[in-house]
Every structure is written in C-alpha cells, then in structure tokens.
Ligand binder design. Structure first.
Ligand code: SF4
Length: 550
C-alpha cells in the first residue's frame, strides 16, 4: 500500500496569488504532484473542514505525512473560507502526532492577525520542518534526504502541476473551484527595490512560465473537472513574457498565444479572468497595452477585472515608497481599460479596472486622504467605471522598507473617514453604473444560506449578491439586480416567478416596496405583464418576469 500524505490547506493570499476558497492556489497542485512523484497517495483537507469537524485530526494522525500550506501577506475579507490563524497552525502542529509534519507557503515570510499590524517571522512550533522557498521544491528536496528548501524552478514544478491537478476534485467546493494559474513570479519593479510594502520582490526578477506548460496544466485541470480559471499568479499580466527593464512593454503576441492556448486546452470553460495589472505598464506603453488588452478580451469571459495597485494618489507618498505609478498614469490606465473593456457582454462590462489603496505607508498625512478622495471623485465625475475600490492598511513584513518606516496608528480617524467616504460617495454610484436595475447576472452560486442568502459568480472580484430567499448552498441561478447596497447588490433569481414569489422577497421588486406587497398578493396570480403592470407599473426587470402558475 502506498504511504498516505495529507495536504492541509490553510489558504494563502499574497499580492499575486490567491488560494482562499473557491480559489485553489498553484501551491496545492504542485505539492500534490511532488507527493505523487514520491509514491504517496494524496488526500486533501481544508482548515475550514477541520474547524467544522475537529475529529478529523484522527485521519491526520493516521497519515504518514502532513503538508500544511498557509500564509497571508495581504489582509482581506473572505466569504468562501477563513485562512488559518497562527494559533490554529500551532494547534495542528501539536495535536497531530502521527505523521511527519511540514509547513510551507507565505507563512514563511511572517504572520500578522490582520492589516495594520506588523507581520512577525515565527518559529512555527510542532512542525518537523518549514519548507523554505518554493513549497513543492522544498518538499521534493526534503523527501530526497536534502534540506527542506529550494527556489522556484518551473522545469521541476511544471510536471507536478499537471500530475497534481486531480487534487481539485477533493476540494469541498468542487466543482465550483477557481484554479489560480501561474504565469510568472517576481516583479520587474523590484529592480529598484519594488514598492515599499510588497513581498513579491522577495521572489526576485520576473521568471515567466512557458505557454505550452501552462496549457498542459489547463488541459489536465480541465480533464479533472475544472471549468473556472483565473490567470492571477503574476504581478502584472500585461508584462507576460516582456523584456528587461522596470516597466517593460507588453507583448500582445504572447498574450494572444497564452489566452488562445488556454481556450483550446479548456474548450468548455465557464470563467477565464485575470487579476493584477500594472497601470504604469498601460500608461507608458499605450499602444502595446491596448493590443494586449484586446488579446485578453478576445478570449476571456465577461465580468473580468484588471486590479490596479494604485496604493495612493499622493505624489509625496509615491516618492517615499517607490510606488510604481503616478496618479495621472493610473487615471489614463483607467480610461484605457474602460475604452477597451467597458462594452457589455452577457449583460456585464467585459473588463473593468479595480483599484487598490494601501494606507499607513511612510510619508502619509491627512493631505494624502484628501488627494485620494479627489482622485476618486475625478474618476467618478469623468463617467468612468471602476469595478471595485479596495482599501486596506499595510501589513508590514520584515525585509520590506515599510517594516521600519510607516505611519500606522497616526491617521486612524482619517483612514476610517476615507473608507466611509468611498462607501458612500464612490462605491454606490459605481455599482449603480456597473449593475443597473434589471441586469441579469449569470450563474450566481449560493455560498451562504439563510433568510437572506449570499452568493457570487465565480470570477475575479465577483460582486456579492444578496438574494432575499432561503436558497440551499451551491444553488446556481441567474439573478436580476433589484437594488444596491454599499458593496453588494440585492437580486432575485431570474426569471422572477412572480406568481410563486414569497411575500418577503416581493418587497424588493421595483415599483412594489413594502407598501404594495399586499396589493400584489390580492391580485395573484397574474396572467401576464399587462396585469402585473397595473399594480407595479413598468420597470427594468419586466423582461425577466415569468407568469408561470406552477
Ligand atoms: S509593482 Fe509593486 S506592488 Fe506590484 S508586484 Fe511589483 S513591487 Fe509589488
């Protein structure tokens, strides 16, 4: 019988890699492949599964090897899962006694409980070894009797990524898993030290994965049932395969090859999205960037987001922290992505920018927040769309300049006011612009059930959808937008079966509200739209109302 190895997924979140459900990080798949290459039978468990059923520790005790992957270097809020805390990691180390225990991933850079707190490098007690460097390579070295360490080497990890693909079928969310695809590691801007807060320069200058290897991995994932992909494990998708220099020009030909190869490898895929995009690449190489965006847009799926790490609109903070883009460059990049990606397809914009702000950087003052707000108002008032504005406080890691030079704790009130400003003044009008009433969102998957259920589409930064109905988890439904929250929308399953809709959900119908619910019920069942309009008037959701009696 083969020895058994369990991969315990404590989830990762890095500037250029997400592995919190429904995302599955590349680390999990390459580690699985490396274990298979050493003759292990591989099982997979998430930290959430262990929280729900602590008795599963018994299974872990019976295994021959435990490999935990964990670490968050950018703080986030998650719906699909909660990353392992340091306490939980140490509990696993101490409570699991049977197997050899290894741990790897960005946890090696340090741990903080959340944004605004310094990440401290930890001695993680209870584990036999910390896998330093690339987890799968460090693991392979360890199992070969060498030091549990080693840098990334695609020649070694590419075959493992293929062999380890079937592991996704063990994910509790399967088949609703989003496979984070790696195309590059390391940042070109790191040549001048990188942005003061970022851990990506720890990986050195960019190394690009070959298109054939990426496509072969997608073929294997697709054969294992994957239908949702995000080309997200890289600091700047537009720099894929680009030449030397701190801000290399995009290679649209390579992006065309990359995205068309993924499409060929997964012909029935449902989601193909991107993530990080350096706005300076777009602003400095406008023509090549437009061509590159068009190549992506030819092959991706709609509702996509190009996340811009803007961090601040204050030139003084940009200078002190060696940030990559000036506010005018970011503004120009927002314009260009709107022009190239703003058209609607399947009801939603094909590709929009997202904006990330980081607070607590060195040199930040009250004036910084004023400049941030002015910048966002300029975007809003220019009629441009931004899919989402993400604001966080920096989590300083040892080895980054911000570790010893930051302004955390100095502008707390202004930070809170800025968040409030964005929620009220930017987020709401942007949601109204991107998702007007009557927009039908395809394939919203319910993740949290209740009187008000919550779901999302699988994608890059999908909007949170509140459905005022008790729907079972993993229900997949089209949903029509009926209202907006600050950072979410309210929607009803589409088509809206008006003659069987619970009264509690009816109040969300445009033209009805709380007051008219009784009037609607008194006229039930409605024969047709004309009859319904006599009570509710007309609205943007009329085309998706169904008058079935059943
Ligand atoms: S450009 Fe800055 S934030 Fe982006 S990956 Fe490079 S160092 Fe990190």
């Amino acid at each position: 019988m083969s020895p058994v190895a369990v991969i315990l997924d404590g989830y990762v979140d890095e500037p250029a890699c997400l592995g919190v459900p429904p995302y599955v990080s590349p680390y999990i798949r390459t580690v699985a492949g490396a274990l298979l290459a050493h003759g292990y039978s591989v099982e997979y468990l998430t930290i959430d599964q262990l929280r729900l059923a602590p008795m599963r520790t018994v299974e872990l005790n019976r295994a021959d090897l435990l490999v935990m992957i964990a670490g968050v270097t950018v703080p986030g809020k998650y719906l699909g899962g909660t990353p392992a805390t340091l306490t939980e990691i140490q509990q696993v180390g101490h409570m699991v006694r049977g197997p050899k225990k290894l741990i790897g991933g960005p946890i090696g850079f340090g741990y903080a409980a959340g944004g605004g707190q310094k990440a401290i490098r930890q001695v993680i007690s209870g584990f036999d070894a910390l896998l330093t460097g690339e987890p799968a390579i460090a693991l392979d070295n360890y199992l070969g009797g060498n030091e549990p360490a080693g840098p990334l080497d695609y020649a070694r990890t590419d075959p493992w990524s293929i062999a380890g693909s079937p592991i996704i079928a063990q994910h509790p969310d399967y088949p609703f898993v989003m496979c984070e695809l790696e195309t590059a590691r390391g940042c070109a801007h790191g040549a001048t030290g990188g942005c003061s807060f970022c851990t990506e320069p720890f990986y050195g200058q960019p190394r690009y994965r070959g298109i054939a290897a990426i496509a072969a991995e997608v073929t294997a994932l697709y054969a294992s049932g994957a239908r949702h992909f995000r080309v997200g494990r890289q600091p700047d998708i537009l720099a894929y395969g680009a030449g030397a220099g701190e801000y290399p020009a995009p290679r649209p030909d390579l992006l065309e090859d990359l995205f068309s190869s993924i499409r060929t490898a997964a012909p029935g895929l449902k989601t193909l999205h991107i993530d990080n995009t350096n706005p300076a690449t777009i602003a400095r190489h406008e023509d090549a960037a437009r061509e590159a965006l068009r190549a992506i847009i030819r092959h991706h799926t709609p509702g996509d987001v190009a996340a811009f790490g803007m961090e601040t609109a204050d030139p003084a903070v940009i200078a002190v922290n060696n940030l990559k883009a000036q506010p005018d460059e970011v503004f120009r990049a927002i314009e260009i992505v709107n022009e190239e990606g703003g058209m609607r397809w399947d009801n939603v914009p094909k590709l929009l920018p997202g904006l990330n702000f980081v607070c607590g950087l060195a040199g930040e003052t009250v004036r910084t927040y004023e400049l941030n707000e002015q910048f966002l108002l300029r975007v809003r008032d220019a009629g441009l769309s931004v899919r989402r504005v993400n604001i966080r406080q920096v989590m300083p890691f040892e080895g980054t300049p911000v570790y010893t030079n930051n302004t955390l704790g100095q502008n707390e009130q202004r930070f809170k006011a800025f968040k409030e400003f964005v929620r009220n003044t930017i987020d709401l009008p942007m949601l109204q612009r991107v998702y007007p009433i009557g927009t039908v969102l395809r394939d919203v998957r319910v993740e949290v059930s209740g009187a008000l259920s919550f779901g999302r589409q699988l994608g890059s930064y999908p909007i949170l959808v509140g459905l005022p109905l008790d729907l079972p988890r993993n229900t997949v439904t089209d949903a029509v937008v009926v209202d907006w929250g600050m950072r979410s929308i309210t929607a009803l399953p589409a088509p809206v079966r008006i003659n069987s809709l619970p009264a509690s959900a009816m109040r969300w119908l445009p033209g009805i509200g709380k007051k008219k619910v009784a009037a609607v019920i008194a006229k039930w069942p409605f024969r047709d739209l004309e009859a319904y309009r006599k009570v509710a008037g007309s609205s943007a959701i009329d085309p998706v109302i169904s008058f079935d009696i059943s």
